[in-house]
Structures are given as structure tokens and as C-alpha cells.
Design a protein around this ligand. Structure first.
Ligand code: C5P
Length: 242
């Protein structure tokens, strides 16, 4: 296939021009970064696993009526997606205390939260993705009140569905990050789920042992990072072709 024009290179993915107008090709790299790129590394095979895991989860979500940017997987490392205007927010959902929540508020890691929490972070590397409130988001026009209503409704449905899906394969969905985009069709705008859903942006713990199967293995130098991602894919029944 002819090499496509590169539009954007992020820390873990590259976006290329798609075959048709309004489409992009999302390429999954093995590169891993943490702590706003202060820590860098490579996780062999991560791109292949995340491409497959994200395809699987986006497809299951589409089946329950969640609109997503995903069209289809093209090969081991690439998927075809709809071009959307990314809303500059990282939407984090937490079911169990971990990571920055535990650090900031002194809540013991592993404590189940009385109810799920949604947090917003402004996507801006130069500012270290600061946490923001709804007031900031609407004041600075990153999203409207209506956009936020849609985002919250979608996020809660995604959380409910994925919590059950993962629990079914013995995994606790501790927390995760979503991104959304605006998609225009026939003069109408709708908010759709974008980016990826993978062990790069979810905390996934073995429901019995609490063993981590996500990017915290890389962040915290726990070793066996690829094995963790592989185990997630294996439990979902989607280990990629050799
Ligand atoms: O670090 P923190 O505890 O705030 O992360 C919460 C969740 O959001 C984790 O699952 C983490 O993987 C994800 N996240 C992300 N990208 C970021 C920050 C957090 O995917 N830039």
C-alpha cells in the first residue's frame, strides 16, 4: 500500500491521511511514555495489542449504541477511523482509588469509591494536562454545556458497560481515560468517542490477586509489561495472530 501522508505524531500513535475524505489511519506504535514524557521506553508488541484491544472494545461499545470514531482495523498496527475535531479534554473515570487520586488526596490505593468519579484534564502537554472544572471548560469554550452533558452521559454508559465486560473476564476496571471528538454529518454535530481504549489508558487489575495488567507496570518498573497487555487480550479472547 502506498505510504500515506502523515498528519500528526503523538507519543503512542501516528495519524495518517485516510483513503477517503473524512477518514484517517491511526497507527499504533510500541513507544511508551509516562509522567508527561519524562519517562520514555518501548514495549515490544504494545502497538499490535492496543490496536486489537481498542478495536474490540470500540466495536462492543458501538454494538450498545455508543458512537465512536472507529471504522475498522486495517492490519496489525493500523485502524481506519473517522476524522473528528478532538475536544481538548481527557475525561478520567475512577471506580477504585489509584494513581493521582490516591497521591493528591491521600486515599489508599485499591479502596473502592462509594460512587464513580469523573474528572476533566485540559489536554495541553506544555501545561502538564492540568485538572480543570466544568466552569473552566465552558468559560474557555473547550466544550459547551450541551457537549459536556453528552460527554458525561456517554462516559457513564461506557463505564457501566466496560466495568461489566472486564469483570466477566476477571478484571477490575479501576480507572480509565477517554477522549471525545465532534463529528459533523449532514450539517449536524454529534459527540463521538475517539482515541483508543487500551491498557495504555486504563488501570486493569486481576479481580482476585490485584495484579496490574496495564501501563502502571511500565510507569512503576514492575517488569513483564507486554505480558500484562497480552493477558488482557488473552482474557478478552482476542490474542492477535502471530
Ligand atoms: O494518573 P491518573 O491516576 O490521573 O490516571 C487516571 C487514568 O487515566 C489511568 O487509567 C491512566 O492510565 C489514564 N491517563 C491517561 N493519559 C493521561 C493521564 C491519565 O490515559 N495523560
Amino acid at each position: 500500500m502506498a505510504r500515506r501522508r502523515q498528519l500528526y505524531e503523538g507519543k503512542a500513535k501516528i495519524l495518517f491521511e485516510g483513503p477517503e475524505p473524512g477518514t484517517l489511519v491511526q497507527y499504533f506504535k510500541d513507544d511508551a511514555t509516562a509522567f508527561n514524557a519524562k519517562k520514555k521506553g518501548t514495549i515490544t508488541g504494545k502497538g499490535v495489542l492496543n490496536n486489537r484491544i481498542s478495536e474490540y472494545l470500540m466495536t462492543r461499545l458501538a454494538e450498545i449504541g455508543i458512537p465512536t470514531h472507529f471504522i475498522r482495523r486495517l492490519n496489525m498496527r493500523e485502524q481506519l477511523i473517522r476524522e473528528v475535531e478532538i475536544i481538548p479534554l481527557e475525561v478520567v473515570v475512577r471506580n477504585v482509588a489509584a494513581g493521582s487520586l490516591s497521591q493528591r488526596l491521600g486515599i489508599t490505593e485499591g479502596q473502592r469509591l462509594p460512587r464513580s468519579i469523573i474528572e476533566y484534564y485540559y489536554k495541553n502537554d506544555a501545561l502538564n494536562d492540568p485538572m480543570v472544572a466544568e466552569e473552566h471548560i465552558t468559560c474557555f469554550g473547550w466544550a459547551s454545556t450541551q457537549d459536556l452533558d453528552d460527554i458525561v452521559a456517554l462516559t457513564l454508559r461506557v463505564n457501566d458497560f466496560l466495568t461489566g465486560l472486564f469483570l466477566g473476564v476477571g478484571i477490575t476496571l479501576v480507572d480509565f481515560k477517554l477522549e471525545f471528538g465532534r463529528l459533523w454529518e449532514n450539517e449536524e454535530m454529534r459527540i463521538v468517542l475517539a482515541d483508543e481504549i487500551s491498557p495504555d489508558n486504563c488501570r486493569l487489575w486481576d479481580a482476585k490477586t490485584g495484579e496490574k495488567m496495564d501501563k502502571d507496570r511500565f510507569r512503576r518498573d514492575l517488569g513483564k509489561v507486554e505480558e500484562g497487555y497480552q493477558e488482557v487480550a488473552r482474557r478478552l479472547g482476542i490474542l492477535p495472530e502471530a
